[in-house]
Ligand binder design. Structure first.
Ligand SMILES: [Zn+2]
Length: 367
């Protein structure tokens, strides 16, 4: 009986005449055996050597996540007495002022260092007056949080869309069928909002509107008002994205007409993103942000490489909802998927990651 090896060697070889088959197959087998040994002897580099055990993999891991990398977004509303779940974002809630202070405290106890506050006012108007009111929702929440956890870094979203009756991020003029978001008028209100947040205890103000010149105006007003230690995290490259959908339910800020493409960036543009970031840095941004995250990792990488500034990325509501949806269907393991996404974002250059999973990450990661 033939051994399988012999049978394989004797199998018909195409294009070789039957009479010479055995001689050829013998020759080929010898040739490949020697070739194989030559290659193996030359194989000095075997990257798999360092992947054999989790201890070895830990030893050579290049990117490490830490609870300090993450910022937890919190939504505080004048309209709720008790936490209201946001249907499109499982696990995310609109909170009352006392609840948001408790939540901030709980986040700090878990090991997080920073929260990003969004406010939902009772009343909206065409001047977004709730955004810069001394007793506005964000200002009140800031005081409540700072009284409970003074060391927690409080970052505030500085934008007008939650406070505008029409839901756009700026002062709007309607001419017939067209509307325009007025840049300079908006910037004035944004600077006023930033100062009111600083006065209520914000450590960092985060303008997210994409108006031109707002970082410079905010820096100037903060300094003039005695808040030269309040930092600015600018949403420097914020793209007009389909992935913001669920957030607009959370912040109750969908535009009532038109879209935001006249101020947020065209998602096809990378060089323009670098120009936007350069402008914000020149105007005084301390931290620059790219938003959204996963479809823009090339931008994130370039921003971190080119400017070397502390760089943040916002993993947005639609990106969160996609994974949550897949987890609910049993298609993904939540912990594995989230850790891979967050590691990828950090590897791509993010120093700071704003994510709705910040709490879970603080629990999952080694202390
Ligand atoms: Zn806005």
């Amino acid at each position: 009986m033939q051994t399988p090896d012999v049978a394989r060697r004797q199998a018909p070889i195409p294009f070789i005449q039957a009479t010479r088959r055995d001689a050829y197959s013998c020759l080929l087998a010898t040739h490949f055996r020697y070739a194989y040994h030559r290659v193996v002897r030359k194989l000095v580099h075997r990257p798999r050597r360092l992947r054999h055990s989790s201890a070895l993999r830990n030893l050579v891991r290049e990117t490490h996540l830490n609870a300090h990398n993450f910022v937890l977004p919190l939504f505080v509303s004048e309209k709720v007495q008790q936490r209201r779940p946001i249907a499109s974002m499982p696990g995310v809630f609109q909170l009352s002022v006392p609840e948001v202070a408790d939540e901030a405290r709980a986040a700090q106890d878990l090991g997080l260092q920073a929260v990003l506050l969004f406010g939902i006012p009772e009343q909206k108007d065409e001047q977004a007056s709730g955004a810069y009111a001394e007793n506005g929702i964000v200002q009140t929440a800031l005081r409540a949080i700072k009284s409970k956890c003074p060391d927690l870094v409080t970052i505030t979203d500085v934008c007008l869309c939650e406070y505008m009756s029409h839901g756009h991020c700026g002062v709007t003029r309607i001419d017939g069928n067209h509307f325009r978001v007025l840049n300079d008028e908006t910037v004035e209100l944004l600077a006023r909002t930033a100062v009111s947040h600083a006065a209520a205890g914000a450590d960092i103000v985060a303008p997210s509107d994409m108006m031109d010149g707002r970082v410079g105006a905010i820096r100037e007003e903060l300094d003039a008002s005695g808040f030269d230690q309040t930092a600015i995290m600018s949403y420097a490259a914020k793209f007009a994205s389909a992935f913001y959908g669920p957030f607009r339910e959370a912040a109750e800020s969908p535009p009532q007409f038109g879209d935001r493409r006249s101020y947020q960036m065209d998602f096809a543009n990378a060089k323009e993103a670098l120009r936007e970031v350069a402008l914000d840095i020149k105007e005084g941004a301390d931290i620059v942000m790219v938003k959204p995250a996963l479809p823009y990792m090339d931008i994130l990488w370039r921003v971190r490489e080119r400017f070397g500034k502390p760089t943040a990325v916002y993993h947005v509501s639609g990106e969160y909802a996609m994974v949550k949806g897949a987890v609910e269907k049993g298609l993904l393991d939540e912990r594995d998927a989230v850790l891979e996404i967050m590691t990828g974002l950090k590897r791509a250059g993010a120093d700071i990651i704003v994510t709705y999973w910040a709490r879970e990450l603080a629990r999952w990661l080694p202390k």
